[in-house]
Write a protein that binds this ligand. Structure first.
Ligand code: FEO
Length: 402
């Protein structure tokens, strides 16, 4: 197929990775992607060639070259997820390779039509749970509604035991390693947590149900191939079961062992209170993360909150409200639905003092237990105030260890 700068990488015989590596991306709709990302697409060759997903539009040329390094023919495209990072190159692929069919879930058909008006090949709906033979390969489709879009679906190849899981079990991490077992396990865990916290957490009940359903169906993939980050292969140090187990734990709320103290400060008073809360919690050995909102990206804070059993929020009052940097985090975390964690709030004010009651009101909606009285002080906390903050930390840490 000629020499090219960008070439396909074999996953297993007859299945190639033909995606793109985005070393530069640092902002993924508000999520800080400090390690960049990959947009994975997969080419299955046989009597009929099948492409699973595409890449972000800006990386169309990489995708084209990688496909062309294997074949000049794509017969069928399967779109597991219509979000632009996986469908952006679709119109160009349809033009360049002229496939006969474009397959998607029912919602995927609607979303592709709404994204790309007048596609060269009209999308066709596949049956949820149905199996289609394309050439010499079989493909089973499983809708994963709201994980994390209405159109999301898995494609499973039962005879090859490989699951194309679109965003599920993925992470934002650029790199030259296709397989997770070639990556640093600590980084894999951190980036998996970050991805789950910032994309999937609102849908945790659905995640738990889906994992149970897949287990009930007897699907135990030899390879899980997500649309971002490395692939998980059975029999290696990075088993598919490892990442599935992590996701199951997060979905079920297991392993919430830390306290997050998220605060901001104007002249240092609320900061001093935050440190006193942390001191109290440290007494019991509970891991504590103290994060100043204005110095911490909201998606990093969300990742810490994922595995926290208790939260302390502290804010000074500015212009009769919550300090803006903390309000930003609060709104973001609310959207990600980190419900059910123990909480307490604190803050310093000069005269009006609205921040603490507003924090209380916001946290009450998260439906976790309030485990300590709020501590609100005028200007500088006295030693007695800091001792109350320390006691707050003790109460929060007890809520973590139970
Ligand atoms: Fe990677 Fe939901 O797109």
């Amino acid at each position: 197929m000629g020499d090219r700068a960008f070439r396909a990488v074999e996953v297993t015989p007859g299945i190639h990775w033909v995606g793109a590596v985005d070393w530069d991306v640092r902002d993924f709709h508000g999520y800080e992607t400090s390690r960049g990302s990959t947009y994975n697409a997969f080419l299955i060759t046989g009597r009929r060639n099948v492409l699973v997903d595409t890449v972000k539009a800006a990386f169309t040329e990489q995708l084209m070259q990688r496909i062309a390094s294997v074949t000049d023919r794509v017969d069928v495209v399967i779109s597991n997820h219509s979000e632009a990072d996986h469908s952006g190159a679709l119109p160009a692929v349809l033009e360049a390779f002229g496939p006969e069919r474009l397959l998607a879930s029912g919602a995927g058909v609607e979303n592709l039509q709404a994204h790309y008006h007048g596609l060269r090949v009209p999308p066709e709906k596949v049956e949820n749970g149905g199996t289609l033979t394309i050439g010499d390969n079989r493909f089973t489709f499983l809708e994963t509604r709201m994980l994390h879009w209405p159109d999301s679906m898995f494609t499973f190849m039962p005879d090859r035991n490989i699951l194309f899981s679109q965003d599920a079990f993925g992470m934002h991490m650029a790199g030259n390693h296709l397989f997770a077992h070639d990556c640093d396990p600590g980084v894999l865990r951190r980036e998996s947590a970050m991805y789950y916290a910032n994309i999937l957490n609102p849908y945790s009940k659905l995640v738990a149900n889906l994992i149970s359903k897949v287990e009930e169906m007897g699907i135990r993939p030899h390879i899980i191939a997500p649309d971002h980050g490395p692939l998980w292969v059975a029999g290696t140090s990075a088993e598919p079961g490892w990442v599935v187990g992590l996701w199951k734990g997060w979905a079920e709320g297991a392993g919430r062992r830390s306290l997050v103290v998220l605060y901001d400060t104007m002249w240092g008073a609320t900061g001093a209170m935050a440190r006193a809360v942390a001191e109290g919690a440290a007494e019991s050995g509970v891991p504590v993360r103290v994060l100043r909102a204005g110095l911490t990206h909201r998606s990093v804070a969300a990742t810490e909150v994922l595995e926290a059993g208790a939260l302390a929020f502290g804010s000074p009052t500015l212009n009769n409200g919550i300090f803006p940097a903390l309000a930003d985090h609060l709104e973001y975390l609310k959207g990600l639905r980190f419900h059910g964690r123990a909480w307490a709030v604190f803050g310093s004010h000069g005269w009006s003092g609205e921040a603490v009651p507003r924090l209380e009101k916001a946290l009450e909606e998260w439906k976790g237990p309030k485990v300590a009285d709020s501590v609100a002080v005028r200007f500088t906390p006295a030693e007695a105030d800091l001792i109350r903050c320390r006691a707050m930390g003790v109460s929060l840490s007890k809520a973590v260890v139970g």
